[in-house]
Ligand binder design. Structure first.
Ligand SMILES: [Zn+2]
Length: 400
């Protein structure tokens, strides 16, 4: 979109630039304005000093935040698992086995059907403030179906992740070594051109640590960054494997030992965070009635924490980052400021994107205007549609 755009009369501007204004890491400015030019933030300052612009959005005293960065989502699938959800809510435990149900539906779907689902969920997430979303494959589990899942994902995001090692598909149930060989060979070769990351579901009933290490190393060898699903259903070696391989993020972190926390803390960097981020996905615990991860323990050890939705049709069918913020605050003892940071700058760190999650000159103009005077309302008013307007690369998105 050409021309400049001024968002002014911002009551509370969260920049996530530490040392800027108040609020510690949130870098809060009051009575602020943001000038957007060519899709990027061109200027930030007090409304009364704001330069003229071609167009103007009056924030009317509301809060403005960086767009959410949802660093963990599984959007390429067909069908749903509402019946499985109902059974779980009637007392059956979650085992991850239902993934194979979605694999069958996904393989049977056309490209256009898969594309329509991704588009619907991408719009749904945008309306709730998500300007960047990571999208994984992992419901195809054949060479052709993983490659097409990622090809479709690239139409919606730059942050695509090859998750051929989601589960061992039924046709390989008796020969998991053969499946791992296929993932590392022809499947990776077909998927890598469309992927930035590689991921493994390292868990009992999915992939053990040796298989996970082999698969992630193959991905690294062709230039993919590492992230993994770790320590969701019970204690395990996933988090320490992630640290060993220099993963950008270990995701779930529901069951951690002291050694896991120490391993994450050992990746500390000069900027005060950790190179390996712990991404917490409270929508999954909520939707499976499982105990929440201990966010406080991670934060107190200096580990960088991100929040993401894990949007998928089985264990967490929500695209709502505000909902995850509310869970993190009310169920996981994160402060509202920690949760908002984790859902924005934290997600950017989990994707190793220095350009995202902060509002400062030169950054993409990805931001949201709330129907509320403060970021506190995201947790304080759970379930309420508080996102009034979203700008993505400076372009106003459809209103809710
Ligand atoms: Zn996941």
């Amino acid at each position: 979109m050409t021309g400049s755009l001024l968002v002014d009369n911002i009551g509370e501007l969260v920049t996530n630039v530490a040392g800027e204004g108040e609020g510690g890491p949130l870098g809060i400015r009051h009575h602020a304005a943001v000038l957007v030019e060519a899709g990027r933030v061109a200027w930030i300052g007090p409304t009364r000093y704001a330069p003229a612009a071609d167009r103007r959005i009056d924030a009317e005293g509301a809060a403005v935040l960086p767009g959410f960065v949802d660093s963990h989502a599984h959007l390429v699938f067909a069908g749903d698992r509402a019946a499985e959800f109902a059974a779980r809510m009637s007392g059956q435990p979650y085992t991850g086995g239902g993934i194979r149900t979605t694999v069958g539906a996904t393989r049977a779907a056309s490209d256009d059907e898969l594309r329509a689902t991704v588009r619907r969920l991408r719009v749904e997430a945008m309306r709730q403030g998500t300007t960047t979303i990571e999208i994984k494959s992992g419901y195809g589990l054949t060479v052709a179906d993983e490659a097409r899942s990622l090809r479709i994902a690239t139409e919606f995001t730059d942050e695509t992740t090859f998750l051929g090692a989601h589960v061992v598909p039924a046709e390989y149930a008796d020969r998991p070594d053969d499946y791992v060989g296929m993932v590392c060979g022809p499947m990776l070769a077909a998927a890598a051109p469309y992927a930035r990351w590689i991921d493994v579901f390292c868990e009992r009933g999915a992939f053990d640590v040796d298989h996970a290490r082999a698969i992630l190393a193959c991905g690294q060898a062709v230039g993919l960054g590492v992230r993994l699903h770790a320590n969701q259903l019970g204690p395990g070696p996933g988090v320490q494997l992630g640290v060993e391989l220099g993963a950008a993020s270990v995701d779930h972190c529901t069951h951690l030992t002291d050694a896991d926390i120490e391993a994450l803390a050992s990746t500390a960097t000069e900027d005060g965070g950790t190179a390996t981020v712990a991404t917490l996905l409270p929508g999954a615990e909520f939707s499976t009635r499982s105990p929440y991860p201990d966010a406080r323990r991670l934060l107190d050890a200096g580990v960088t924490v991100a929040l993401a939705t894990d949007c998928n049709p089985g264990s967490s069918y929500t695209s709502s980052m505000p909902f995850c913020i509310a869970l993190a605050v009310c169920e996981m003892r994160m402060t509202p400021a920690e949760a908002v940071w984790a859902a924005t700058a934290g997600g950017a760190a989990a994707l190793r994107r220095d350009d995202l999650g902060r509002l400062r000159p030169g950054a993409p103009a990805d931001l949201m205007i709330l129907d509320a005077p403060s970021h506190l309302h995201l947790a304080y008013r759970p379930g309420v549609p508080l996102i009034r307007q979203v700008l993505h690369n400076g372009v106003p998105q459809c209103r809710p």
